[in-house]
Write a new protein. Structure first.
Length: 405
């Protein structure tokens, strides 16, 4: 079957069409069309994501992305008849999304529509104004194409992103098997969670951050160093340079000492806000004697920060793997684009848990995307999830900023 999927939970607008078969036990996926627009440049100068700006950008970009994904998929069909009632209903649904109704209708009046069997959309968690655009758009499409709508939890999307083993260029459809129980470490801009899964769709959060998410900490530390949003990739680049130049060894007198928050707390929870504050105080302390940090000091700070974060993530994951006896470790979310953390997880598994299968998404599926929403949508569809909506029922669907797994 073919699934049209939509993601607008934060600052990526994405639309995909994927093909899936094999059911829940041995799903096989192929990407037919994938279109993504990252709003990073729009938000970067403000140092973070502005929900209302994200909302406007999503509304502007969804139809062009739908057009692109459909063209790439190479498979279109005629739209069912649009009655006056249908058109009015769609107009009401899209009334709060600036320009989206007009853009959608000028598209469907001049083009065939994608030939799909269902529509999947991120219903939460995320920035609620941003989520609403995707949810409203998906409801409109469900009515216009007369296809069922599958609401998807964004965090489940990050979990199943590991099932597309060749990444977004993939048209092969090779899907790794996941053995349960599986432990999922979800690390993104909004979440840091350890989730125990006994089977698909059975999740228990066994640990989470008590304050900032790990990606948020990267972004905040980057801002302290006057680096633009998103900070993760920039901090990670500086840290890499520091390691390559062995700056800690060369300049021990310039080294930073940051805490490893909650390393020995005895549970699976995290805390990153104190780490960010420790960076702030350490920088302020050094700036008592000088105007700005040197390049060397910045790089060494990035390395120490990345070390601190990685140590905590690895220690908690290790403890959780020991206690849950998990057969798989799934890692998802934007922060797992970080090479140092990826390598540390590989080392953890190969040295201490050689019988545990490590599943990490390809880099292109780490940050937000709609392919993972399509994958999750398929698994929900084939398990006949009671939350699947018929086109006549979609009005009940809402965006849920704080949705939990
Ligand atoms: O999953 P994602 O795209 O959005 C959320 O659902 O939050 O994650 C975005 C987060 C940002 O905080 C960004 O700084 C972080 O992922 N990130 C990284 C790296 N690449 C992206 N953090 C550390 N190292 C990276 N290389
Ligand atoms: Zn995400």
């Amino acid at each position: 079957m073919r699934i049209l999927s939509i993601e607008t939970s934060c600052d990526e607008t994405a639309v995909s069409i994927i093909e899936a078969e094999g059911g829940i036990t041995s799903p096989v996926y192929k990407i037919l069309g994938n279109a993504l627009y990252s709003q990073i440049d729009v938000h970067s100068e403000y140092g973070g994501v502005f929900p209302m700006l994200a909302k406007r950008e999503h509304a502007k970009n969804l139809v062009p992305l739908l057009l692109k994904a459909t063209e790439l998929s190479g498979s279109t069909t005629n739209i069912p008849e649009i009655t006056v009632e249908k058109k009015e209903l769609v107009q009401t649904i899209l009334s709060k999304e600036e320009g989206l109704f007009d853009a959608l209708f000028s598209y469907i009046e001049t083009h065939e529509v994608p030939d799909v069997d269902c529509i999947a959309v991120t219903e939460g968690p995320g920035l609620e104004p941003a989520l609403w655009v995707g949810v409203s758009f998906a409801k409109a499409l469900s009515i216009l194409l007369d296809k069922p709508l599958v609401p998807v939890n964004h965090m489940e999307g990050h979990i199943v992103s590991v099932l597309m083993s060749d990444g977004v260029e993939s048209t092969k459809g090779i899907t790794p098997q996941v053995s349960f129980p599986a432990l999922a470490l979800l690390i993104s801009g909004g979440h840091t969670e350890l989730v125990l899964s006994e089977d698909w769709h059975k999740y228990k959060i066994i640990g989470q951050t008590v304050d900032d998410a790990v990606g948020e900490a990267f972004d905040k530390v980057a801002r302290l160093l006057n680096l633009p949003y998103p900070g993760g990739p920039k901090i990670s680049k500086l840290a890499k340079e520091s390691r390559e130049l062995e700056l800690k060894k060369q300049y021990p007198e310039l080294d930073w000492q940051l805490p490893r928050p909650m390393l020995k707390s005895g549970d699976f929870n995290f805390s990153f806000s104190g780490l960010k504050t420790a960076v702030l105080y350490a920088v302020q302390n050094r700036l008592k004697e000088k105007e700005v940090l040197s390049d060397i000091e910045q790089k060494m700070l990035a390395e120490e920060f990345e070390n601190a974060v990685t140590e905590v993530l690895i220690e908690k994951t290790k403890k959780a793997l020991e206690e849950t006896q998990s057969e798989s470790l799934i890692v998802g979310g934007g922060v797992i684009a970080n090479t140092y953390i990826r390598n540390a997880l590989h080392t953890l598994i190969t040295t201490i848990f050689p019988h545990t299968k490590l599943l990490i998404p390809t880099i292109d599926l780490t940050t937000d995307n709609s392919v993972m929403i399509g994958i999750a949508g398929y698994l929900r569809y084939v398990s006949q999830d009671p939350r699947i909506l018929k086109p006549s029922e979609v009005s009940t669907l809402t965006a849920k900023g704080n949705l939990s797994l």
